[in-house]
Design a binder for this molecule. Structure first.
Ligand code: DSN
Length: 432
């Protein structure tokens, strides 16, 4: 039996977890920020490390008994540094938003001007949405994509010259094309701004060599660990330079970035690190350093491009006309649907996507014109181009018959037959 102790102690939670596992086994999850971790990552995440307090950093803790926790955090930091080619890594951020918050705290004063990609054009809440901390405590300004849906670097340059931001943020959650980090760094340097590259969505593609790295261009890189990187929920802050202890000055210079970042994470924002999460991140980083991960990253992109091409052939309208990454953004209004209708219809067919705004969306964010989907999780399950083509057929069928529940049930049966051939956690099946 899977999770036998839980089954005895809390049958309600046990039953719900098994239902969620069953949903994943029978369906195809295509939310591009989700993935399937290895069972080794899950083992570390569910370990006894969750019980330990260890405020501080390796060798400098505020609690005793941290000799083994130090070893775990050191391993995670060393693996992160080697994998991304940086000299400093902070692996303690609880997730992506706290990681970004720490960088704001490290590099900006409240009220400073920050320039990031608008959420409505594919950015992130923490890149300067008015109701997010980044818009409440900072003077948040936004750039948008050009008429073709792509980043317009000349326009960003012009905006940066007008606004003179303290920090520019690049990175996205709903942008299907590669980001030119070199160009973004040139823009930031020309106005003496710090550049933060948030590579949460594409970190796995970067280490897999199928997306250029921001390292060497951006002053600071943040990433979550649970998207294309295929680790547990969590985040890291990466930069070059070395932390100095004690901090000699609080001046916000490039040289001080590693120390400023560490101090912003703890004691600035967080208390005790989640050691079980740190251990699981370390495991994921080891997996991402293996040669097979490069093959995996390449396959993610190939699957997304195969799917995108097939949908274009069927007459669908994709933002920017395709993808360079793991992610596809599709305007479904051209087919007479809303994003919600498409999300619901695909959900009934066993395919999970999320409704999403498209650039210059005339509709509201909670009822937008598009859907966002991607291939990291299905690629982790072993699906390749033939399956991507099969999924395109099912998506098209479901969208064409979105009001016909019995037709959608038929599609769902076919989706389930496909899904069951590619188990998300085959090792767990043995224990079911
Ligand atoms: N919620 C994440 C996403 O889906 O892209 C970003 O934080």
């Amino acid at each position: 039996m899977l999770y036998p102790h839980l089954a005895v102690k809390d049958p309600d939670i046990h039953r719900i977890i098994l239902s969620e596992l069953d949903r994943r086994r029978r369906g195809i999850d295509m939310i591009p920020s989700e993935n399937v971790t290895s069972v080794a990552v899950l083992d570390a995440l569910g370990s006894i490390l969750t019980d330990k307090y260890s405020e501080g950093y390796p060798g400098k803790r505020y609690y005793g008994g941290n000799e083994f926790i130090d070893q775990i955090e050191e391993l995670a930091r060393e693996r992160a540094k080697a994998l991304f080619g940086v000299t400093h890594a902070n692996v303690q951020p609880y997730s992506g938003s706290p990681a970004n918050q720490a960088v704001y705290m490290a590099l900006c004063n409240p009220g400073d001007t920050v320039l990031g990609l608008s959420l409505a054009f594919g950015g992130h809440l923490t890149h300067g949405l008015k109701v997010n901390f980044s818009g409440v405590y900072y003077h948040a300004t936004n750039y948008v994509t050009g008429a073709d849906g792509r980043l317009d670097y000349d326009a960003i340059q012009k905006q940066a010259e007008e606004l003179r931001p303290k920090m520019i943020v690049c990175g996205a959650t709903a942008y299907p094309r590669q980001i030119d980090f070199q160009r973004m760094a040139a823009i930031a340097q020309s106005v003496d701004a710090f550049l933060l590259a948030d590579i949460s969505h594409i970190a796995g593609l970067v280490v897999g060599g199928v997306h250029p790295s921001p390292v060497g261009h951006a002053d600071v890189v943040t990433t979550t660990t649970h998207k294309t990187l295929r680790g547990p929920r969590g985040a890291m802050i990466l930069c070059n330079g070395l932390p100095s202890t004690p901090l000699k000055s609080v001046e916000r210079t490039r040289e001080n970035i590693p120390t400023l970042v560490d101090r912003a994470v703890f004691p600035g924002l967080q208390g005790g690190p989640h050691n079980h999460q740190t251990a699981a991140i370390a495991v994921a980083l080891k997996e991402a350093a293996a040669p097979e991960f490069k093959i995996y990253a390449k396959q993610i992109v190939s699957n997304a491009q195969t799917l995108a091409d097939a949908l274009i052939q069927k007459g669908y309208s994709l933002v920017t006309g395709g993808t360079d990454t793991h992610l596809i953004l599709m305007d479904v209004t051209t087919r007479g649907l809303t994003g919600i209708e498409a999300e619901v219809a695909l959900g009934k067919a066993g395919i999970t996507v999320n409704k999403n705004s498209v650039p210059n969306d005339p509709r509201k964010p909670f009822d937008p014109s598009g859907i966002r989907f991607g291939t990291p999780a299905l690629t982790s399950r072993g699906m390749k181009e033939p399956e991507a083509l099969e999924i395109a057929e099912y998506m098209d069928a479901a969208l064409c018959h979105h009001t016909d529940d019995s037709f959608l049930s038929d599609i769902q049966r076919k989706v389930t037959m496909l899904a069951l051939k590619f188990k998300p956690y085959p090792e767990l099946d043995a224990a079911l």
